[in-house]
Design a protein around this ligand. Structure first.
Ligand code: 5GP
Length: 129
């Protein structure tokens, strides 16, 4: 069965898409740790990061770098933290999270955004790609 993220790629499930190319997609996390929390995924549906072939793995990191630079310009933060977990969705994804302190990477405190706030930050990050 197709993963939630494959359904997001196809548009079957709606999302706030930031940027995509032939092989990768960036979109806002629906339950963000922070404003601008973005997921970068390969369009190829693979469960675990280190099962990706070398080309797709390195391409994912280069794609994430481009998105992270745009997030850094769009959101006031000290760093864009990077995390790869995958316990919830079995489709490789890189979390890019604007952070100011170590605990901002904890996934224990979440923020609530309205539809309009999601759209606003999506547009802002997109404008810096
Ligand atoms: P992980 O698999 O790395 O533990 O976490 C999966 C992440 O995907 C979570 O941060 C969760 O909020 C996000 N997520 C799960 N389902 C959806 C969805 O349908 N849309 C979006 N945009 N994000 C999702």
């Amino acid at each position: 069965m197709a993963s939630i993220f494959t359904k997001i790629i196809s548009g079957e499930i709606p999302s706030f898409k930031i940027y995509e190319d032939d092989n990768y997609l960036a979109f806002l996390d629906i339950n963000p740790n922070a404003l601008g929390h973005t997921l970068c995924i390969p369009k190829k549906e693979i469960n675990e990061i280190f099962d990706l072939d070398d080309e797709t793995l390195s391409g994912l990191m280069i794609f994430s770098k481009k998105v992270a630079h745009a997030i850094k310009k769009a959101v006031v933060c000290k760093r864009v933290g990077v995390s790869i977990i995958g316990l919830e969705v079995p489709h490789v994804h890189v979390h890019l999270i604007p952070i100011n302190k170590m605990n901002d990477m904890s996934f224990e405190s979440k923020i609530n955004l309205t539809q309009d706030e999601f759209i606003e930050i999506m547009k802002k990050i997109k404008s810096y790609i």
